[in-house]
Ligand binder design. Structure first.
Ligand code: ATP
Ligand code: MG
Length: 255
């Protein structure tokens, strides 16, 4: 049996005395699209950031395509890379799309996309460019390849950021509210790119406030409450037949 693309076991994260994640378990099989919902401060971003080690968890395991990230206790008690080569290799398999795009402002869109594949994956420049052009076409901004990020609309910048993530050939892509920094008229163009990725069987974790979209696109929905998985199931189960009162309240206040 192939191992899940991503597995998180018993993940804990503290900021000082504040315990933000209190033992989160999550399995994303190949092709799964898992939406993570929950009120502000429930730990959604922290969960995604810990998976990619943008934050150091305090406890738990992160397993990418069957390979566990080797972590050890650091000075402040949080877990840090025990083998930086291994961690860099695994992190490269986990793409991250931020709310705020995070493109490099001094580089053209094409250079933004080929930078990591060249540097981290060692792709020859011509190959990286050829791949980047395909991804730009896929997200519908092939004509912007020589532009700089500031010359693009927010929706175009986010599509460029998605192309940049795809260029790293990730096993799983983490999206943290990819449309919440956008003007309303640009939300749909980014959602339709994400929908196309779901349709081609990409494995994704998606934090979003776009409830209708989450419902349509997800294979599974997780409702996070105060750092714990309060409810998990199919979109229908979580949206319509939640066992948790808090989850039901959240759903009815976000209709
Ligand atoms: N770097 C940090 N230092 C201290 N506390 C933090 C830090 N990052 C997050 N927190 C706290 O952790 C908790 C969870 O934050 P997180 O950003 O994960 O929530 P969220 O579910 O993503 O919320 P939102 O929907 O507002 O984005 C909050 O109480 C937040 O204040
Ligand atoms: Mg957040």
């Amino acid at each position: 049996m192939t191992p899940p693309a991503l597995e998180v076991r018993n993940l804990h994260k503290r900021f000082g005395d504040l315990e933000v994640l209190k033992g989160v378990d999550l399995v994303a099989n190949d092709g799964a699209v898992i939406s993570i919902l929950g009120s502000s401060g429930s730990g959604k971003s922290t969960l995604l950031r810990c998976i990619n080690l943008l934050e150091n968890p305090n406890e738990g395991q992160i397993i990418v395509a069957g390979e566990e990230m080797k972590l050890k206790a650091g000075r402040d008690g949080a877990l840090v890379a025990a083998d930086s080569k291994q961690i860099n290799r695994l992190r490269a398999r986990v793409g991250f799309v931020f709310q705020s795009f995070n493109l490099w402002p001094h580089m053209s869109i094409l250079d933004n996309i080929i930078e990591a594949p060249r540097r981290v994956l060692g792709q020859p420049k011509a190959d990286a460019i050829a791949a980047a052009e395909l991804f730009l076409e896929k997200v519908g901004i092939a004509d912007k390849r020589h532009a700089f990020p500031a010359q693009l609309s927010g929706g175009q910048q986010q599509r460029a950021a998605i192309a940049r993530t795809l260029a790293m050939q990730p096993r799983v892509i983490l999206f943290d509210e990819p449309t919440s920094a956008l003007d309303p008229e640009m939300v749909q163009e980014v959602l339709s790119v994400i929908r196309a990725l779901a349709d081609e069987g990409r494995t994704m974790l998606l934090v979003t406030h776009e409830m209708g979209f989450a419902r349509q696109v997800s294979s599974e929905v997780v409702f996070l409450h105060q750092g714990q998985v309060e409810e998990i199931g199919t979109p229908e189960q979580v949206f319509e037949h939640s066992k948790s009162e808090r989850c039901r309240q959240f759903m009815s206040s976000h209709k």
